[in-house]
Design a binder for this molecule. Structure first.
Ligand code: CMP
Length: 140
């Protein structure tokens, strides 16, 4: 299995509750290495652009409000099979359906405030990484 990169956001609900370290530890313990990381406060334009695929969904407005409410941590994670591995570590989008030991089972509050975002495919990972990082910010 080749080394792959994926994109991750530690969302406002988790940053507000001082969970950055615990969440990064989950990635590291499971073989994913942060090769780029920054704490930012997303603008409305960034949040609307990043989640544009969801703009017709009924939850879009609330999702954008939640993502811009307070800072997030954006990361590039690297490791074997990183996209799928990250999704396994995160657990299901709805924490009610998330498996034991996953980040969303441990920390998520509800579907919207679900603590983390992760890319759903290698193609989207490449797009999402470029949305937040320049090549020289990815330092290995
Ligand atoms: P995320 O992986 O960041 O991608 C889109 C987000 O929309 C998702 O996690 C959830 O936080 C949020 N969301 C809110 N309601 C829904 C829903 N019904 N289905 C999917 N995602 C939802």
């Amino acid at each position: 299995m080749a080394i792959e990169r994926t994109f991750s956001i530690i969302k406002p609900d988790a940053v507000r509750r001082n969970l950055i370290g615990k969440i990064v530890a989950k990635f590291e313990e499971n073989g994913l290495r942060p090769v780029a990381m920054k704490k930012i406060k997303m603008t409305r334009a960034q949040a609307e652009g990043f989640y544009a695929v969801h703009k017709e969904r009924p939850f879009f407005g609330e999702l954008v409000e939640q993502m811009i409410a307070s800072p997030v941590v954006v990361q590039v994670l690297e490791g074997e099979n990183a996209v799928l591995k990250n999704r396994e570590i995160m657990g299901a989008t709805n924490p009610a359906n998330a498996a034991e030991g996953t980040i969303r089972k441990l920390f998520a509050l509800n579907m919207g405030e679900n603590s983390v975002h992760g890319s759903d495919s290698p193609e989207n990972a490449a797009i999402e990484i470029k949305f937040f990082f320049t090549d020289d910010e990815i330092v290995g």
